[in-house]
Write a protein that binds this ligand. Structure first.
Ligand code: HEM
Length: 362
């Protein structure tokens, strides 16, 4: 929950967070911090096109252009391609033989390849892109490092967008240029590309890595995901709830005095929120909220946020996970952890929960 040195209220209750996220009339994400160049909410170094930190009407205008590309129906068309990418990576793991690092060999490259293909990032640019994204997600970077990475990233995105304007192919950026070229500026295209690549890359991969670890620690639940196709979709939802890898989205600023949970938030004050706490709030989920239970009845978890900024990529992330988890567990039915649990390297320097590596054997 970065608030960049500014004091903020921190919300932890499910109901309070839902209320704030539903209320874009009274809470803004589009406010300026004192030093906007060093604002790590925008790792791209520019705000144009970054809908995550944009209020209506610009947010509504740009999000509308993108929504059609991320519908469940559109995702269905992607299914065979995602299956093929997953199978390719499983084949490679099998060929190499155990042990493997599930993060480097599976969890990281799959979502990265999918989002790069969707956006039309050329294959030869992908390794460099992955490395820069990894560095951008580190916390504790100095202002100079943030600016340097933002500039590098911005430069890459500009050249990508220019190539798409020149030659709009059959990908999301090409579609935006062809069908909405007069509604969106070049800078906005650059911002959209950067946000989608960043958001679509690190999140799902962390969820795949941590989700696999969670299942390895709960073998009876792992068996259910492996053996029962009907168990997969609810299991993915429960892993999203239980892990809540994005613990807080961007802070909101009160546009006027508003009361939340008995506390008056004054105009101009910031509110941060902890989605991990919300998803384990006993007032939201009475039945042992700290326990992973993949056969739980569906919950209205907040792992993808809520309201107008609800995760645009949720249908894609869900599809990737519904394909990847069972495929992995069926290919390696006796998958086990390759080290002691205490030695698993958690990614403690990142602002999204994840793993640096996940040693596995089979
Ligand atoms: C927004 C979580 C995957 C693109 C969000 C938000 C959360 C979130 C919590 C709301 C932040 C806020 O309100 O401040 C996740 C999780 C993912 C995931 C847990 C995977 C397990 C993806 C993917 C993409 C994506 C794969 C891209 C294709 C976005 C975008 C927004 C967003 C563009 C901003 C939406 C807006 O402001 O209107 N995500 N995300 N996410 N996510 Fe995701």
């Amino acid at each position: 929950m970065p608030t960049f040195g500014r004091k903020a209220y921190i919300l932890t209750r499910h109901a309070d967070i839902k209320k704030v996220l539903s209320d874009s009339e009274n809470f803004s994400v589009g406010f300026d911090l004192d030093d906007s160049r060093a604002d790590p909410r925008n790792a791209l170094g520019q705000r144009a096109g970054n809908i995550l930190v944009m209020d209506a009407p610009d947010h509504t205008r740009l999000r509308r252009l993108l929504t059609g590309e991320f519908t469940v129906r559109r995702m269905k068309r992607l299914e065979p391609r995602i299956e093929a990418i997953v199978e390719d990576h499983l084949d490679a793991m099998e060929r190499k033989g155990p042990p493997a690092d599930l993060v480097a060999d599976f969890a990281l490259p799959i979502p990265s390849l999918v989002i790069c293909e969707l956006l039309g990032v050329p294959v030869e640019d992908q390794p460099e892109f992955q490395e820069r994204t990894r560095r951008q997600m580190e916390i504790g970077l100095t202002t100079e490092q943030i600016i340097e990475l933002a500039d590098e990233s911005l430069e890459y995105m500009r050249s990508l967008v220019d190539r798409k304007i020149e030659d709009p192919e059959d990908d999301i950026l090409g579609m935006l240029v062809r069908e909405h070229g007069d509604e969106v500026t070049r800078d906005e295209l650059v911002g959209i590309a950067g946000l989608l690549l960043l958001a679509g890359h690190e999140t799902t991969s962390n969820q795949l890595g941590l989700g696999t670890l969670a299942l390895l620690q709960h073998p009876e639940q792992l068996a259910l995901v492996r053996d029962d196709p009907d168990a997969v979709a609810p299991a993915v939802e429960e892993m999203l709830r239980w892990l809540s890898i994005v613990s807080g989205g961007g802070p909101r600023m009160a546009k006027r005095d508003v009361e939340i949970g008995g506390q008056v938030i004054r105009e101009g004050e910031l509110v941060a929120f902890n989605l991990t706490a919300a998803n384990r709030d006993p007032a939201f989920l009475a039945d042992e909220p700290d326990r992973l239970d993949v056969s739980r009845a569906p919950t209205t978890h907040l792992a993808f946020g809520h309201g107008v900024h609800h995760c645009l990529g949720a249908p894609l992330a869900r599809l990737e996970m519904r394909i990847a988890f069972p495929a992995l567990l069926r290919r390696f039915p006796n998958l086990t952890l390759g080290c002691d649990f205490d030695d698993v390297p958690f990614a403690v320097t990142k602002n999204i929960h994840g793993l640096e590596a996940l040693p596995v054997r089979w």
